[in-house]
Ligand binder design. Sequence first.
Ligand SMILES: [Mn+2]
Length: 342
Amino acid sequence: MSEPRLSDEFAPVAAAMLERLRAATGILIPTHINVDGDTLASVLALSRALSGLGKAVVPVVSDGKVPHALQFLCAADSPILYTGQALPPFDLIFFADITGPSRLGPLAQALGDRLTPEHLFNVDHHVSNERFAALNLVDVGAAATAEVLYLLLRGWGIPITAELATPLLAGVMTDTLSFQTPSTTARTLHVAADLVAAGAPLEHLADALFRAKPLSTARLFGAVVDSARLDDGLLCAEVTQAMLAETGAQPSETEDVVSYLSGVEEAAVFALFYERADGWRVSLRSSTDAIDVSRLAAEFGGGGHARAAGLTLVGGRALRTRFVQRAKTVIAAARETVAAGA
Ligand SMILES: [Mn+2]
């Protein structure tokens, strides 16, 4: 395979960015709020690369919080954890992995009229990107912004050192769930191979991003799996307040168990019930294109995507029973439709 590259359609904007970059002195590089591996990877790789070009860089975590699991990535950096403080001077803002300025949260208000398009770069891979900058490089064929940035930085003649390759590979692995999503292409894998060759530690990243967890997560996993019950194609499991108290886990520590239980072959729909004081928050997964759980969720005031949706049930057992009955009816109807060969 020939070496991975950005599509020719992006050559003019990549060249215009490099030209504008040469004139810049200070560059603000923010994450989006609710920091994930791709946004943090983008900020770290860009700030390391651009400071290598002699620019003053201002990396900022827009909502002030780096999740525990990602802190290892920025141990050697000190991005500003934004909580309303004054920022050092800059004359360019480099958005990466950010669909629009509102995704900066509180930082967007503080930046105010400095968010004029001619002061902004926008590099992203989201279909929903708002193309808010004078220079937009939105490659929706890329699995991660880190994939785009690798190709862009290399195209600008910047040497891809291990210090750049490590966060970039972390970004690609995060957004592809370790090369498992449909967005993962031959180019994504080729980029990953280049990053490993440049010194990114694949095994260490896989371990830190996908295996390492606090004991509370493992214990909650066991309790949730133990609570699972299958009935008429509907798999139900619980996250109760008692489980959280016993394991010391946060409700957010159920990401792995949701993905695990949604793979149960006998289930058409998986529902995880998070107990609340006034009822339940319900996370839904469909294992078949024949069932659109966003429609089921919408009947109860929720929403989402065809294969992953959510809703909140405010009420008692009778409401929950009504929801379960409705879910089973939807599953039975889908099975009849499939059986009829429609
Ligand atoms: Mn991303």
